[in-house]
Design a protein around this ligand. Structure first.
Ligand code: SF4
Length: 310
């Protein structure tokens, strides 16, 4: 599978089949906490990076077997709304598989574009993120593509709220010592009041991010931050997702990966290409293998490219 992954069980979404409709690793942000590695193609250009028809074909091959799912989720290793085909894919899902809910996880950088908002209007749930408001903290955490700023992001989300009839859960990722200051939290609370989401989800790091200095906040501090946001509808929510059955899919992928490792270091991208898998899945499988001592991972020459050594 090149675009469809999982299913995974998440506390927020239930049993979710993921769709990754952006090539690795293309994004309008290069977040310091990104679990998918550094962004190698930083852009705000919206275009059909991967043909919607190819993605629909792969989705059909999975969904035509009527798997037990709660939701189909657009997420993955880049910003899904940068693919201009997203609206067509959502409409296809709504027409042919109306039994599944549709969720879109977005970094919010395209929400000021009316056409992009229209393309996701038929989703059931949108999870936009907003981690900072002041320019300094916004640029420090997200390292955005040129031209991206928090005012456009907030205005875009206000417009989305006005037009979108489904549920909006605003996600705020808290990094110790960066966006947990009273000044930044105050700005985030004011922005949240303006956006008026159905829920605000507070997250912190629970897996290694791209940059080692990123630290999670303690659970006590998260409780304090939650109180700070009240009476807005705020929840602390773990980011962790777990495979539905350490899933057959993951075990198969790990075994295949072991068979494909050599004494030579090989990049995750090369293996992904060879196996027809997503780079991010290869990285995660390699990390799981590394944890149990089956493989070593060394950083590659380019940021975000891992190399795997048996
Ligand atoms: S966390 Fe999301 S928005 Fe940030 S760089 Fe990674 S994929 Fe892009």
């Amino acid at each position: 599978m090149k675009y469809v992954f999982g299913p995974v069980k998440s506390r927020r979404l239930g049993v979710s089949l993921g769709i990754d409709i952006i090539p690795y690793k293309l994004c309008s942000f290069n977040c310091v906490y990104c679990e998918c590695g550094a962004t190698t193609h930083l852009t705000t250009e919206v275009k059909e990076y991967i043909p919607a028809d190819s993605i629909i074909r792969e989705l059909d091959s999975v969904l035509s077997k009527s798997p037990e799912l709660d939701v189909v989720t657009f997420s993955g290793s880049g910003e899904p709304t940068l693919n201009s085909g997203i609206g067509r894919i959502i409409n296809h899902l709504k027409t042919d598989y109306p039994q599944y809910k549709i969720a879109v996880l977005t970094n919010s950088t395209t929400m000021h574009i009316a056409e992009v908002r229209r393309s996701i209007i038929h989703a059931d749930l949108i999870v936009p993120s907003l981690d900072a408001v002041s320019d300094e903290v916004f640029n420090r955490i997200m390292k955005p593509a040129p031209g991206v700023n928090s005012s456009d992001v907030i205005e875009g989300l206000v417009s989305l709220r006005r037009e979108f009839k489904g549920e909006i859960c605003l996600e705020i990722f808290i990094i110790e010592g960066v966006n947990d200051t009273t000044a930044e939290l105050k700005l985030l609370k004011e922005a949240s009041e303006k956006i008026s989401p159905d829920e605000i989800h507070l997250n912190s790091l629970d897996r290694p991010g791209t940059e080692k200095w990123v630290k999670p906040v303690s659970s006590e501090r998260m409780q304090e931050i939650k109180k700070f946001f009240e009476p807005l509808p705020v929840k602390i929510i773990g980011k962790a997702v777990v495979p539905v059955t350490l899933s057959a899919y993951n075990s198969i992928l790990e075994n295949t990966l072991i068979l494909n490792l050599t004494a030579e270091a090989v990049s995750a991208e090369e293996i992904a290409e060879k196996l027809g898998e997503r780079v991010v899945d290869i990285i995660r499988a390699a990390e799981r293998l590394a944890e149990i001592g089956e493989a070593g991972i060394i950083p590659g020459d380019n940021p975000g490219i891992y190399r795997i050594l048996k």
